[in-house]
Design a protein around this ligand. Sequence first.
Ligand SMILES: C[S@@+](CC[C@H](N)C(=O)[O-])C[C@H]1O[C@@H](n2cnc3c(N)ncnc32)[C@H](O)[C@@H]1O
Length: 305
Amino acid sequence: MQMSGDAKLWLSLGVYVTRSGGTETFLLFSQDIPSQNLGFVDPKSTTLDLSIAGKDYVIHQSPTILNRPGSTTGAVVWKITPLVADWLARPDNILWASGILSSNSNVLELGCGISGLVGLVLSPLLSRYTLTDQSYVARLVEKNIDENRHLQNPSKPSTSSQKRKGKSSVIQSKADLRFLPLDWELDEVASSLTGDDNKAQSFDVVIACDCIYNDTLIQPLVQTCADVCELRSADKNATDKPAVCLVAQQLRDPEIFEGWIKEFSRYFRVWRVPDIALSEELRSNPGLVVHLGILRDAAETRNQS
Ligand SMILES: C[S@@+](CC[C@H](N)C(=O)[O-])C[C@H]1O[C@@H](n2cnc3c(N)ncnc32)[C@H](O)[C@@H]1O
């Protein structure tokens, strides 16, 4: 699969990560990473007011679900996500400048959590944005999409404000931003995730924000990233640009990071977005990093095993 000249040029500026991942772990963890809380925005509030790319979002989250036994980390918003949403919304962002993102792009997010924030911010700029996570986030993510939808199109008030005024709910879910349950450990990736029988059968970009924190999830997450990017090769209607996987994370534990970068590098050629291409807010928070991956071909992946 070909890459556009601009994307090639940009990736040549990114920091190429060698296959073992050991040097990347050493480089990243030898910087001064201040001790910080786990990385929540605010784990106690049920509502967050977040200003992103000039718009004010109200996000409902659930400290109660967060504290349930089991893995429910997506019940609250994590610090890197509003910063990534803001960075991706900037017209000078390298993904737009290189043509990796465009108004025709079809994007899928893994482990979106209850906020759906990256999708809320980006979807008005794209063709389609599919949020995915485990089904426990569905109720709140749908509420957050619904209540912030008016920010995507100022002429349309949100459904809930209409309900408050006692009007019938005439606003249908817009097809270009939606949530689907997708569990990395249980579910198969299929082109039906695109929700588009006639056109796109694959995604241009896959995004995961703060999804690397547990060693047992590394393999299923990376396999899911690879399976989603692999849809591109079977898509007869797609452009010849490869799918790009963007992984943004807060560095916490060098062993978990190294486990992830090794596994990710088996399937993907990997670049770290250099500081100069990040926003001031992402740069000024040491320990937040963004990597981009482009799927290796199958023979290359076999040789990595
Ligand atoms: C630390 S939270 C980050 C949530 C959101 N991206 C954010 O930054 O606010 C990690 C996310 O990964 C999701 N996750 C964990 N295991 C998963 C699995 N097996 N399948 C799908 N999503 C999973 C969680 O539900 C959670 O939403």
